[in-house]
Design a protein around this ligand. Structure first.
Ligand SMILES: NC(=O)c1ccc[n+]([C@@H]2O[C@H](COP(=O)([O-])OP(=O)(O)OC[C@H]3O[C@@H](n4cnc5c(N)ncnc54)[C@H](O)[C@@H]3O)[C@@H](O)[C@H]2O)c1
Ligand SMILES: [Zn+2]
Length: 332
């Protein structure tokens, strides 16, 4: 297959390119990183890039929490407008297969159960509670402590920040395109992706990158809240193979199918910091109690559907992946 990989010069996109080559496919990169003219928001550029393309793997986006609402137009432009231009051009040129880099951020807070009220949806955490060190969301009905669980794809969307809103908009645009054209659209809702070539020292970098950069400076990783917030850290090579599996898979025409893409094994942010500090032989992490409004407390995936439908499974576990990531230090 000849596959257009938007964002193919980025962290995840570059691994998708490698994985496609390994499977005998032909990737074509569209990314403005090296050449600002290769912009997915530009209709003529996209139309030219789609010539002879069988499928699109759409990774290009402005990522991370960044400057938040002050950069709302930037997020909406790269992520929303970029996806709109892309699907319009695909409709025009009859390209019928789309795999989208989705995100777990569309869920907001993860899945929680209350002993009395069953599955509940806690709202955003109040600044006053966070200031007082009360990080765990509580039952909206009775205020009791909640048990965090694994979020499945049918969980309601609840984007909590600008980035999340634009990642959800991308899915809606892809779904609208699929309905209108009979194309197949798969969204892989990545959880916390880490590994070689992870962006560093930018407001868009992920937490593993922040921790490793601190360790490289000889400083202790600074862990927000109490460090017990749970995430699913999934290795970038596994996300790349999930993309190839999604590109090769049959899927329901005329609809968007969403898949959680996680390792299936939750870890806390504190555990991540400790694993990286140990692997670097660096100072122990410091738990600061600081927080970022807009962060969610726990968000961990049930990736069973991806495994069952696409026959994919992650190959790089947490211990091995974090050791390798730490060892790559300043170079990887
Ligand atoms: N890293 C994660 O943990 C994570 C989690 C969930 C979802 N995602 C999604 O995965 C995708 C890839 O993210 P990443 O982590 O590799 O980030 P990244 O910043 O390394 O890669 C994104 C790439 O897209 C390119 N790009 C951005 N806007 C563009 C535009 N308008 N036209 C052309 N190219 C453009 C950038 O130049 C960059 O190379 C994104 O869609 C992101 O939302 C990432
Ligand atoms: Zn309750």
């Amino acid at each position: 297959m000849r596959v257009l990989v938007t964002g193919g010069a980025g962290f995840i996109g570059s691994h998708v390119v490698d994985a496609l080559v390994e499977r005998g496919h032909e990737p074509v990169v569209l990314d403005l990183r090296a050449d600002p003219a290769r912009d997915v928001r530009d209709a003529d550029t996209v139309a030219r890039a789609l010539a002879g393309i069988d499928a699109v793997c759409h990774q290009a986006a402005r990522v991370g929490l960044g400057d938040g609402v002050r950069d709302a137009a930037g997020y909406a432009g790269h992520n929303g407008l970029g996806t709109a231009v892309l699907v319009a051009a695909m409709a025009e040129q009859g390209v019928r297969r789309l795999v989208l880099a989705g995100s777990m951020v569309v869920y907001g807070e993860g899945r929680y159960t209350c002993g009395r009220h069953g599955v509940v949806r806690p709202g955003p955490r109040a600044a006053a509670a966070l200031d007082a060190g009360r990080f765990e969301p509580v039952c909206p009905a009775c205020g009791a402590e909640l048990e965090p669980g694994l979020v499945a794809e049918d969980a309601p969307a609840d984007p909590r920040n600008v980035y999340a809103a634009t990642k959800l908009a991308q899915e809606h645009l892809a779904a609208a395109w699929a309905r209108a054209t009979g194309g197949t659209a798969l969204s892989l809702r990545y959880h916390n992706v880490y590994g070689p070539r992870m962006p560093r020292d930018t407001p868009y970098a992920g937490v593993a990158s922040f921790f490793r950069s601190a360790l490289a400076r000889g400083e202790a990783p600074q862990v927000f809240e109490d460090g017990r917030q749970r995430r699913d850290f999934v290795h970038v090579r596994d996300i790349a193979t999930a993309n190839v599996a999604a590109l090769e898979a049959g899927a329901e025409p005329g609809a968007l199918t969403a898949y959680n893409a996680g390792s299936g094994t939750p870890h806390t942010v504190g555990e991540l910091a400790a694993a990286l500090a140990a692997a670097c032989g660096g100072p122990e992490p410091v738990v600061t109690g600081a927080y970022r409004l807009g962060d969610v407390r726990h968000i961990t995936a049930d990736s069973a559907r991806l495994r069952a439908d696409l026959g994919w499974k992650p190959e790089t576990g947490f211990a091995e992946g974090t050791r390798e990531f730490a060892a790559a230090g300043a170079t990887g």
